[in-house]
Design a protein around this ligand. Structure first.
Ligand code: NDP
Length: 487
């Protein structure tokens, strides 16, 4: 299986190759096959991308919001037309099951292009009456923005960053994770086809140092990174040297709190989706499931039965629920946490190890795993594992559940399951998390801002809130009388 792009990078409206950059490969994690060989961007190529972006941004910012929006919406339509091919490519690059990529990856990217395309004509300032004189504000682009992506939702992350950035009149240079370099290039192709001027959206490939070069570059006005907490901290530090705007979408160890009065089947569905979708590789996953003690046994029984029925298999077959993890490195990391959980004294209620899948002897599959008898001090309950590993904990009352749910350095997301609507809102108001759900989990419609509290991040993606993070306000005072000086 090959998915070799026409060049490693996409700069100034076309593919570019530069074999002097460090070589790396994209690997299909179900088989271990190399599907594409690429090269990291050299410092000279990064300079070329920045020059192209500056040139493109001037053209793009001079267009009206309505014109920009039309191009973004056209790109959304092309992306939807190509959903199947894009989903297959995303499955090859990430290993995620096609049953998911068909609905959650390019489709979500298209939602972002459509939504911000629709808002682009409505990015306006305010009029401020000063009793004779007046002021107004202009919402202006920042300039050239850098986007740095994680490997779990490659085209979605690229689109969630590009769509609001471009709607506001910025240009973007996007660096995908080296593990999943392919679909961002397709986004660039689609944007060009939709009429985006050359240089407005560029892709440069590479490892951490390429991201670091972008984050520290004086001609880049903003950097938005999706990745782990340590990477976010490094990006913020590099960005501080040139006082850049930053958006950080980082990791989590989010709680799902299930009260005894909840619809238990719905709560089990939430816990399953919030732990095993994308083979557990989702930043907002609710990996600490707190269940009120009186319903814990019933909850675990239903959960285990449904988890055992999850189908691991050929990611390209649409009946498969879960594919492998993204890479062998991630597989080793997840297996090590399964061992840590056992050593810490947690009980393996189901799963608990690597999985063998017929026809895929080299696939890095892991069984969806439920740990019970987990306590807050265990590493499996405190650290982000980023695999299909759920921890079930129990609690006795609401106050205790809130305190324990909040006892984390992370604050990305949280969920509450209850039939008591007052309790639902009361608890959510006290949870320290940027994105919360009541009687649902992990739904991220583009209209709703998404982002973290505490160490899980700064800034918001999606919703109107994202526009604030890709634009700056200029205030203009207009004197209608005469300027006077007291001396
Ligand atoms: P990493 O933090 O390892 O990498 C994220 C991106 O940053 C990659 O493109 C990486 O390049 C790049 N990078 C690495 N070092 C630097 C640096 N010093 N300066 C600039 N860029 C750098 O995360 P993963 O790719 O492993 O993704 C998993 C993490 O992402 C998890 O913690 C997860 O929770 C988080 N995440 C958060 C989301 C959110 O919206 N909050 C959504 C999805 C994931 P390379 O890969 O080439 O090394």
């Amino acid at each position: 299986m090959r998915a070799q792009p026409n060049g490693s990078h996409y700069i100034d409206g076309g593919y570019v190759e530069d074999e002097s950059g460090e070589a790396f490969a994209s690997i299909y994690p179900a088989t271990g096959e190399t599907i594409a060989e690429l090269h990291a961007a050299t410092p000279a190529l990064i300079e070329r991308a920045i020059a192209a972006a500056q040139k493109g941004q001037a053209v793009w910012a001079a267009m009206t919001g309505a014109e920009r929006g039309r191009i973004l919406r056209r790109a959304a339509a092309i992306m939807r037309d190509r959903n199947e091919a894009l989903s297959e490519l995303e499955t090859l690059d990430t290993g995620k099951a096609l049953s998911e990529t068909l609905v959650a990856d390019a489709a979500s990217g298209a939602d972002a292009l459509e939504y911000f395309g629709a808002l682009a004509a409505d990015i306006t300032g305010d009029y401020i009456d000063l009793g004779g004189s007046f002021a107004y504000t202009r919402r202006e682009p920042l300039g050239v923005c850098a986007g740095i992506g994680a490997w779990n939702y490659p085209i979605q992350i690229a689109s969630w960053k590009a769509a609001p950035a471009l709607a506001c009149g910025n240009a973007m240079i996007f660096k995908p994770s080296e593990v999943t370099p392919l679909t961002a290039l397709k986004l660039a192709e689609i944007l060009s086809e939709a009429g985006l001027p050359a240089g407005v959206f560029n892709v440069v490939q590479g490892m951490g140092p390429v991201g670091a070069a972008l984050a520290g570059h004086p001609r880049i006005a903003k950097v938005s990174v999706t990745g782990s907490v340590p990477t976010g901290a490094r990006v913020m530090q590099a960005a501080s040297e040139t006082t850049k705007h930053v958006t950080l979408e980082l990791g989590g160890k989010s709680p799902i709190v299930v009260f005894a009065d909840a619809d238990l089947d719905a709560a089990v569905s939430g816990a399953i989706l919030g732990n095993f979708y994308s083979t557990g590789q989702i930043c907002s996953n609710g990996t600490r499931v707190f269940v009120e003690r009186s319903v814990r046994a019933a909850f675990v029984e239903k959960l285990v039965a449904r988890t055992r029925a999850i189908t691991l298999g050929d990611p390209l077959r649409v009946t498969t629920d879960l594919g492998p993890l993204v890479s062998r490195a991630q597989y080793e990391k997840v297996l090590s946490y399964l061992e840590i959980g056992r050593q810490e004294g947690a009980t393996v209620a189901c799963g608990g190890g690597g999985a063998k899948v017929d026809g895929f002897p080299d696939g890095v599959f892991v069984e969806p795993t439920v740990f019970t008898d987990v306590t807050d001090d265990m590493r499996i309950a405190g650290e982000e594992i980023f695999g299909p590993v759920m921890c079930v904990l129990d609690f006795d009352d609401e106050e205790e559940a809130i305190a324990r749910a909040n006892a984390s350095e992370f604050g990305l997301a949280a969920g509450v399951y209850t039939r008591d609507i007052q309790r639902g809102h009361r608890v959510v108001a006290k949870l320290q998390a940027g994105t919360c759900w009541i009687n649902a989990y992990n739904l991220t419609p583009v209209e709703m801002p998404f982002g973290g509290f505490k160490r899980s991040g700064i800034g918001r993606e999606n919703g109107r809130a994202a526009l604030e993070h890709y634009s700056q306000v200029k205030s203009v005072y207009v004197e209608m009388g005469t300027s006077e000086a007291p001396y």
